[in-house]
Design a protein around this ligand. Structure first.
Ligand code: HDD
Length: 718
């Protein structure tokens, strides 16, 4: 056999190619970026300005990070190559189990500040003093999809906040919807199994439009209220910066006299509420599966810190007893018009994570994390959650010591007699690992002690029902009304929002292949609103079945405009993103002026051109932020275009450019176009003159709000 030509030993090392910016220099060993991110290993470079040396996990410097150790030039890799083995071993174990629900999430750091103290209601220090602050970590999430799934499915959004207070961590683990699908935690595994990928086929991913979900929902009338929310525009938010958050359950506030009131927690986005249309959400999923994550990251990165006001609805047991629903039932809300929300503080997210895995993935929220002054109610859904979260962290993070992971550790001192366990990283000193002890009498450190005065004490809620009833498995009859609040929600929406709900139901049920499942859901819709049921049945071209028999006759509650996004919509450009399209020959001064004017209103501008690199304009050259095909208009809240006649004519032959305008128009956005685009692109994109269609010069005065009145002219809604 012919022998291959052998490179001389001197050429072996120079065979490597070094790309510009690879951080490696000919003639030097490979380098890492060193410093803090490497487990706080001290910078071990010989030169202060050079990156740290790459080492094994055990601190031994690595001479070659490109080649494994071989027996001979073309021979097998040696078992003794501990550098290779350690690297591959670590890589093989990089993944941990994803969350069973809320697997897909995005996190950020921030600060909470108390603006209106409620010391008379709670002894929680963070809510008792004006100006009191504490760091927070927030994780937003979708519920059904896996960790790598899209950001914009129709789904509930998780809104989990960890307050690192001086009295310990308080976790408010809520959603962007104030009610839940089920009333008792014992149904949670069934609910989640039904919505996740179907057990045999492993699809659909991140979507509720399938048989098993609607089968379960049809059999669980208590889900009807939350279904109205999930099918509404709340299920397809525009950004995470534009969602509300809710603690959902009734909790308790307890003051330093030991007196207690009930409370519901609310987060109100300072930028107001915004949603997408369904068609838009679907297209965003293709254009940018990380749309929400990217938006949050970029907003924080550019100093546009999103903020939410924390509000409370406070009430006592007597008031609760007078309401036409049970406040312990998580499928019910308290209308804000009946009991106003009092704002007590503001949360601002001002720092992105340094490492997604270490922080966003490893953060562990526990509804059991409460501080003195906050306590639980008997809501059976909440009570079940109090068991579940600790367990899940052990299974996800692998150890009972998950509280020692930096993102989970309290920022106040913590000490107790808990010891050892997998991955123990603390090194407690001394013999005092039991209590009581009298080691102090011998001059040793006796360790910490309980503190009856400032420690957490459970509120002594009196409930005589146990004495009367004994142990039982039942659902209180006060939980039996499943339709009144579903009706309240539906009837509180604008006509356009109602059409969205009906259309979403038609879409979802059209994906259900089991006829009897559709029929059962329709029979339930009749108890919510007859017109809604008729519209959905018509949309499915199916007969309306007899109404399901409700356990309790639904009542008509007063409409609550606070439940509608459109009725609360803020006419502001603050925090919105505008797509600005230009082309060869566009007027540079005009683009710059538009940009300046839009930014002065608090919006950001993303420039789009047929080519992303430097192109020639009237008055200079310019580089765009994005190329047209990669920057569809669904990524923006509103669009504006300015280009010469001939460029517009040329672009009108490009389907992508036509679609840019067509989508923005049917998604009811402001579409501003220069005479060239109005002449050549608008007609092809079916953009008609009317509200929200204007010249670039008029853009700022028209603004970025949606023009919902346009929708019935461009889409057949149910
Ligand atoms: Fe839950 C995660 C919110 C009911 C069991 N839940 C989880 C997260 C949020 C919520 C936001 C993600 C936290 C994060 O970002 O890490 N869950 C809710 C709300 C509920 C609710 C608002 C009802 C009002 N959950 C609920 C019940 C159970 C669970 C009834 C079980 C009995 N939830 C879990 C869990 C998760 C979880 C399995 C998965 C990952 C985790 O906890 O940390 O334990």
């Amino acid at each position: 056999m012919a022998k291959r030509p052998q490179p001389s030993p001197a050429t072996v090392n120079t065979l490597r190619e070094h790309a510009p910016g690879s951080g490696r220099h000919e003639g030097t060993v490979a380098t890492g970026n060193g410093g803090e991110t490497h487990q706080h290993i001290a910078h071990d470079s010989d030169h202060a300005d050079a990156p740290a040396h790459l080492t094994t996990n055990h601190g031994v410097r690595i001479s070659d990070n490109q080649n494994s150790l071989k027996a001979g030039r073309r021979g097998p890799t040696l078992l003794e190559d501990f550098v290779l083995r350690e690297k591959i071993f670590h890589f093989d174990h990089e993944r941990i189990p994803e969350r069973i629900v809320h697997a897909r999430g995005s996190g950020a750091h921030g600060v909470f500040e108390c603006t209106d103290p409620i010391a008379e209601l709670t002894s929680a220090a963070i809510l008792s003093e004006k100006g009191a602050t504490c760091p927070v970590f927030v994780r937003f999430s979708t519920v059904a999809g896996g960790a790598g799934s899209i950001d914009t499915p129709r789904d509930v959004r998780g809104f989990a906040v960890k307050f690192y207070t001086e009295q310990g961590n308080w976790d408010l683990v809520g959603n962007n919807i104030p009610v839940f699908f089920i009333q008792d935690a014992i149904k949670f595994p069934d609910l989640v199994h039904s919505v996740k990928m179907e057990a045999d086929r492993g699809y659909p991913q991140a979507g509720s439009a399938h048989d098993t979900f609607w089968d379960f929902i049809g059999l669980m009338p208590e889900a009807m209220h939350m279904i109205m929310w999930a099918m509404s525009d709340r299920g397809i938010p525009r950004t995470l910066r534009n969602i509300e958050g809710f603690g959902v359950h009734t909790f308790r506030l307890v003051n330093d006299k030991g007196q207690s009131q009930f409370v519901k927690f609310h987060w109100k986005p300072v930028l107001g509420l915004e949603s997408t249309t369904w068609d838009e959400a679907v297209k965003i999923a293709g254009a940018d599966p990380d749309f929400h994550r990217r938006d949050l990251f970029e907003a924080i990165d550019s100093g546009n810190f999103p903020a939410w006001d924390l509000g409370v609805q406070v009430f006592d047991e007597e008031w609760a007893g007078q309401q036409p629903y049970d406040v312990l039932d998580a499928t019910k809300l308290i209308p804000e018009e009946v009991l106003p929300v009092r704002v007590v503080g503001r949360m601002t997210l001002n720092r992105n994570v340094d490492n997604f895995f270490a922080e966003t993935e490893q953060v562990a929220f526990l509804p059991t994390n409460v501080v003195p002054g906050i306590d639980f109610s008997n809501d059976p859904l909440l009570q079940g959650r109090l068991f579940s979260y600790m367990d899940t962290q052990k299974s996800r993070l692998g150890t009972t010591n998950f509280h020692q992971i930096p993102i989970n550790a309290p920022k106040c001192p913590f000490h107790n007699m808990q010891r050892d366990g997998l991955m123990q990283t603390l090194v407690p000193k001394g013999r005092a690992n039991y209590e009581p002890n009298s080691l102090a009498e011998a001059g040793e450190d006796g360790g910490p002690r309980e503190c009856p005065e400032t420690g957490f004490t459970s509120f002594q809620a009196r409930d005589d029902s146990y004495a009367e009833d004994g142990k039982l498995r039942l659902r209180s009859e006060t939980f039996a009304d499943h339709y009144s609040q579903a009706r309240l929600f539906y009837r509180s929406q604008t006509e356009n929002e109602q059409a969205h709900i009906a259309s979403a139901l038609v879409f979802e049920l059209s994906k259900v292949t089991l006829e009897h499942v559709r029929t059962r859901v329709l029979s339930r819709l009749r108890n919510i609103d007859e017109d809604l049921a008729k519209r959905v049945a018509a949309g499915l071209a199916t007969e309306l079945p007899a109404a399901a028999k409700p356990a309790v006759k639904p009542i008509d509650m007063d409409a609550s405009p606070a439940l509608s996004i459109q009725q609360q919509s803020m006419d502001t450009m603050e925090g919105r993103k505008v797509g600005l399209l230009y082309a060869e020959g566009s007027d540079k001064a005009m683009i710059e002026k538009l940009k300046k004017d839009i930014e002065a209103k608090g919006a950001t501008v993303f420039t789009v051109a047929p080519k992303v690199g430097e192109i020639r304009l009237k008055g200079g050259t310019m580089k765009a932020d994005g190329q047209l095909a990669g920057s569809p208009s669904v990524l923006f809240d509103a669009v504006v275009a300015t280009m010469p006649m001939d460029a517009a004519e040329k672009l009108s032959k490009d389907a992508g450019a036509v679609q840019w305008f067509a989508d923005a128009y049917v998604h009811c956005k402001t579409v501003a176009g220069c005479p060239g685009t109005q002449k050549h692109l608008f007609p092809k994109a079916n953009v008609e003159p009317g509200e929200g269609v204007c010249l670039p010069e008029e853009f700022v005065s028209v603004g970025t709000k949606r023009h919902w009145a346009r929708e019935p002219t461009v889409r057949m809604l149910a």
